[in-house]
Design a protein around this ligand. Structure first.
Ligand code: HEC
Ligand code: HEC
Length: 239
């Protein structure tokens, strides 16, 4: 049943529009792969993220990359996503699209973009029985034990640098909107009187834009970033 439906989708897939001025239709999975790493998937001029900003696509995440989102290898046939919060793949994708990529409205089910992204995710999902992955959200941000500075530097490079750029200068950052770390904390004393600045950073990392924090940074679950690594990162940032 599932296979029959896939065959129909695969047949439809060939009608995906050509892009970049090419004449021949591009197979949907290939079009999807391009969209996956293209921030222009979102119409918002304020977006600089693509799916690839936060998700690897290899069986295990490459060394030197600690992403907020899981690798999307084998993601297509899970029975649930986002730690069980989402039960349709398109909803899981649209949650990212709207929350992080400033998509004004969710991608409709029959849009060329959502169909192409689906075909691409299927093409990197050989296991039809892949299990849902856990996602433990830290609801109440609390202080963590500080750790090793050298490890903290590795964590910064792997988890924060792609968006925030080099510490102190922001050199190479993905977007001007990404605050300078740790300098942004200098104003926290005034904005959050009585709260240790490190706790504000912990809350930002654990909650991203959710729980009333705002912005469009993704949250890090405990699976994505351990408290031990977060503690090491804070040491590196002198927080
Ligand atoms: C700014 C970071 C960010 C961007 C950009 C982003 N995501 Fe996500 N995504 C996340 C986080 C965080 C989660 C929750 C953790 C998880 O389940 O991987 C998630 C979850 C998912 C999941 C569920 C994975 C699972 O098994 O639980 C899918 C599928 C997904 N994203 C697809 C996409 C696609 C496709 C795009 C591009 C349209 C995209 N994401 C853009 C951060 C991002
Ligand atoms: C996918 C890109 C991305 C990643 C990865 C990322 N950030 Fe951010 N971060 C942003 C953006 C964009 C902003 C500004 C908008 C906002 O506040 O959400 C931001 C804002 C912040 C702020 C400032 C909040 C404020 O306004 O005071 C802190 C602190 C922060 N990030 C810490 C981190 C740390 C630590 C890491 C690594 C564990 C990290 N970020 C990883 C994109 C990212």
């Amino acid at each position: 049943m599932k296979l029959a439906r896939l065959a129909v989708l695969a047949a439809l897939a060939l009608v995906a529009p050509a892009c970049d001025g090419e004449d021949a239709p591009v197979p949907a999975a290939e079009y999807g792969e391009r969209l996956f790493s293209d921030a222009r998937l979102s119409e918002s001029q304020f977006n600089s993220f693509s799916c690839a900003t936060c998700h690897a696509t290899t069986p295990t995440a490459p060394a030197g990359r600690l992403d907020s989102g899981y690798t999307l290898y084998d993601s297509a046939f899970r029975k649930a996503w986002w730690g069980g919060y989402e039960t349709r793949l398109l909803d899981a994708v649209n949650f990212c699209y709207v929350s992080f990529m400033r998509g004004v409205a969710p991608l409709p089910e029959d849009s060329p973009q959502s169909r192409a992204l689906y075909e691409y995710l299927v093409s990197i999902s050989p296991n039809q029985d892949a299990r849902p992955l856990p996602m433990t959200v830290v609801k109440n941000a609390a202080d963590v034990t500080r750790g090793d500075r050298a490890r903290g530097q590795e964590v910064y490079r792997a988890a924060c640098q792609s968006c925030h750029g080099e510490p102190h200068t922001g050199a190479g950052r993905l977007t001007e909107a990404a605050s300078l770390l740790p300098e942004v904390t200098e104003e926290y004393g005034e904005i959050f009187p009585g709260v240790p600045p490190s706790l504000v950073v912990i809350e930002k990392v654990r909650h991203g834009q959710f729980f009333g924090v705002g912005g469009n940074m993704p949250p890090y679950s405990l699976e994505a970033l351990s408290d031990a690594d977060l503690g090491a990162l804070l040491t590196f940032l002198d927080l």
